[in-house]
Design a protein around this ligand. Structure first.
Ligand SMILES: [Zn+2]
Ligand SMILES: [Zn+2]
Length: 293
């Protein structure tokens, strides 16, 4: 991508405590010739992954509020923030998925751009263990699955705690077997039944899978900011909707497959219909509700 576009030479405020500039600075510099300025203001007031503070809003709203915090703190008119949320897949409950969101704010043009993607390869999981499980094959397999120690863990006492003990103990960013054993011992001592809850630490700086996914999303957002609306010239022209109905090759019946994309502008109401990116104009009869009910 050659540097160009409406943000060349501009400073964009990135609200993060978790080193996301490491993956977002490059797409902004190379694609837009813009520099990120990190604002480390306290975003924990908007909720945390480990659940000490419940998140009140949906991920897109939380992300937009994070970016707004940065604008308020720095006085810059351009802002960026990222937000992730993790949970079971909406259609396949046993499959954990991550949703990554990036929000870009341009107060000069009154633009709000949201880019998001679903990540199926997320390492999001939790498990209850006891100190005696540490040599257990089952636990070792689980640790391998959640990519420990390259991906960090969080430990806390499970179940009810001893009266008067610190039940809010939560040890984050565990990245070595020694640290894990120590954390499990400490949390077990505070739990009434001696068990410990382990969670994957999903904060970006503790989770290289998330960092990679935020990086891809950064390039996606920058590509979009480089596209100008053909009607009003505002940055951020891009796909806003997938329209199903690709016709069956044999009988012409509409299928659930994408037939067209609608592109839209974040600043004006202009939209355009475009063909599928892969050029396909007909669907395989295997997808047809008539030929293959
Ligand atoms: Zn058909
Ligand atoms: Zn427009």
């Amino acid at each position: 991508m050659a540097p160009a576009g409406p943000y060349a030479g501009r400073r964009v405020c990135l609200t993060t405590l978790h080193g996301k500039e490491k993956v977002l600075a490059r797409p902004f510099r190379h694609g837009l010739a813009a520099e990120l300025q990190v604002c480390g203001c306290d975003t924990d007031q908007l909720g945390t992954f480990s659940g000490e503070i419940e998140r009140a809003d949906d991920p897109i709203t939380t992300c937009r509020r994070k970016a707004e915090l940065g604008l308020a703190a720095t006085g810059l008119p351009l802002g960026l923030a990222s937000e992730g949320s993790f949970g079971p897949h909406p259609a396949v409950p046993l499959l954990p998925v991550g949703q990554e969101v990036l929000v870009f704010l341009d107060r000069e043009r009154q633009l709000t751009l949201v880019e998001q993607r679903l990540e199926l390869r997320t390492a999001f999981a939790s498990r209850v263990v006891a100190p005696s499980d540490l040599q257990d094959q089952d636990l070792l397999r689980w640790l391998h699955q959640v990519q420990f120690p390259s991906h960090a863990l969080i430990a806390r006492p499970h179940g009810s705690s001893h009266p008067g003990s610190r039940s809010d103990l939560c040890i984050k960013a565990i990245r070595s077997e020694t640290a894990l054993a120590a954390a499990i011992a400490r949390c077990a001592a505070l739990s009434a039944d001696g068990t410990v809850r382990l969670d994957t630490d999903m904060r970006a700086h503790c989770n290289p899978t998330r960092m990679a996914s935020i990086r891809r999303l950064g390039f996606q957002l920058v590509r979009r900011l480089r596209q100008l609306c053909p009607a009003c010239g505002a940055p951020g022209w891009g796909r806003v909707e997938l329209i199903p109905g690709l016709p069956c090759r044999c009988c012409g019946t509409s299928t659930a497959l994408v037939a067209q994309e609608r592109w839209g502008c974040a600043a004006c109401p202009h939209t355009e219909l475009r063909p599928r990116r892969d050029g396909r104009t007909v669907a395989d009869p295997g997808h047809c509700p008539w030929c293959n009910p």
